[in-house]
Design a protein around this ligand. Structure first.
Ligand SMILES: [Zn+2]
Ligand SMILES: [Zn+2]
Length: 223
């Protein structure tokens, strides 16, 4: 499995390309901003981008969807239905954060309406990328329609903004819920297993075991 990370947007968001080495089929998880480097990587490595797989609808995770979809028009765009309103409100999201139109221009955060969603994720579905199998787990709390992608065979989980090294996702944004987020982490993410490598939407990689031991939000959570 190929995993390439691009740190994009003023939010230092981790945009990732995940690809099957045997078939060259690939997905982009959360294109956070327009990036020539991202497009070049896909082309230079002869990858076939089959989908833009979104964990949730926040601007720092979907801001580059339009430009990537324009380059790769055959790629599907997948998102959980409970984040579709958020996704469609992309042009208004930075204003809700209190940024002025002048700041938006300076930060490259003037968004057009994002392209339509091809299909919605279903909790528990298995999504194939060549020989890779993502199990899609609905993990609400940071946003209502947040999902994570777990790959059993490589022991990897792409958690978006649910869980970070030493921290957890914000729950004070519209649609957020601390109780739901803790339920998602405790009952869906941690049970995957301590050896799973955690690829978060921001910051460094970690493991479930390390977070179970050291993350101050998860102290004493054993299963
Ligand atoms: Zn987010
Ligand atoms: Zn984020």
């Amino acid at each position: 499995m190929i995993i390439e990370t691009f740190v994009l947007s003023p939010f230092q968001q981790n945009t990732r390309v995940v690809a099957c080495e045997a078939t060259r089929k690939a997905v982009c998880i959360d294109p956070g901003a327009e990036s020539g480097e991202l497009i070049d990587f896909i082309r230079d490595n002869d990858l076939a981008l089959q989908a833009i797989t979104l964990t949730h609808g926040h601007l720092d995770h979907v801001g580059g969807t339009a430009s990537l979809a324009q380059e790769f028009p055959d790629a599907e765009i997948l998102l959980h239905k409970d984040d579709e309103d958020l996704y469609r409100s992309l042009p208004a999201q930075p204003l809700r954060m209190g940024l002025s139109p002048h700041q938006l221009r300076a930060l490259g955060m003037e968004y057009d309406d994002p392209p339509g969603i091809t299909r919605n994720w279903t909790d528990g579905e298995i999504y194939a990328i060549g020989e890779i199998r993502f199990k899609v787990l609905h993990c609400p709390g940071h946003t209502p329609g947040h999902v994570v992608f777990a790959d059993e065979s490589s022991r990897s989980v792409f958690v978006g903004d649910c869980l970070f090294e030493g921290s957890i996702g914000r729950t004070d944004l519209p649609g957020g819920s601390y109780e739901q987020l803790m339920d998602s982490i405790n009952n869906k993410i941690l049970p995957l297993g301590d050896d799973f490598v955690v690829y978060s939407g921001h910051g460094r990689e970690t493991t479930i075991g390390r977070e179970r031991e050291f993350n101050p939000f998860l102290q004493g959570r054993y299963f």
